[in-house]
Design a protein around this ligand. Structure first.
Ligand code: GDP
Ligand code: MG
Length: 163
């Protein structure tokens, strides 16, 4: 059985772009607006010596009461339940949001292996603006650029080395 990686995070941080990068496909729909990818989406990935399944998710609204956001949250919970490792995708340019804290609380309670990916980090001085992500209490933050293919190898290594 291949290990399973779930990509979670609030809308528009670049989960689908990372999914495409990891699976080398254009299967996931990349949107310029939030929340378009509403279903879970599975793909195969092979990086270095790791072969794994990636699940894209449609975003995360832990407190949403109804409608599409509730469905998105349910899809995300199911994806996380299926996963061996969770990649929590953040927006390195936007910084930490209240929603990021909600997701972090959820993931910490769950106790599933979680790796933080600060996406859109291309052209940013390494580490300079990433300090605040350590507030999330989920350990080390990995700068990546899904769009430009930077930091992907070390993210995958970090996700699967402990397994
Ligand atoms: P999702 O809602 O989390 O799935 O996010 P998407 O993958 O749909 O991306 C949301 C927006 O962020 C799109 O406009 C992407 O082109 C953009 N984006 C994704 N990855 C990167 C990146 O590494 N750098 C930059 N600058 N933009 C990115
Ligand atoms: Mg998406």
């Amino acid at each position: 059985m291949k290990p399973v990686m779930a990509l979670v995070g609030r809308p528009n941080v670049g989960k689908s772009t990372l999914f495409n990068r990891l699976t080398k496909s254009r299967d996931a729909i990349v949107a310029d607006y939030a929340g378009l990818t509403r279903d879970r989406h599975y793909g195969n990935a092979k990086h270095g010596r790791y072969e794994f399944i990636v699940i894209d998710t449609g975003g995360f609204e832990p407190d949403a009461e109804s409608g599409i956001y509730k469905e998105m949250a349910k899809q995300t919970r199911q994806a996380v339940a299926e996963a061996d490792v969770v990649v929590f995708v953040l927006d390195a340019r936007a910084g930490v949001s209240a929603q990021d804290h909600d997701i972090a609380n959820y993931l910490r309670r769950l106790g599933k292996p979680t790796v933080l990916a600060a996406n859109k980090a291309e052209g940013m001085t390494e580490g300079a603006q990433l300090g605040e992500f350590y507030e999330l209490g989920l350990g080390e933050v990995h700068p990546v650029s899904a769009a430009h293919g930077q930091g992907i190898r070390s993210l995958v290594d970090e996700a699967f080395d402990p397994l």
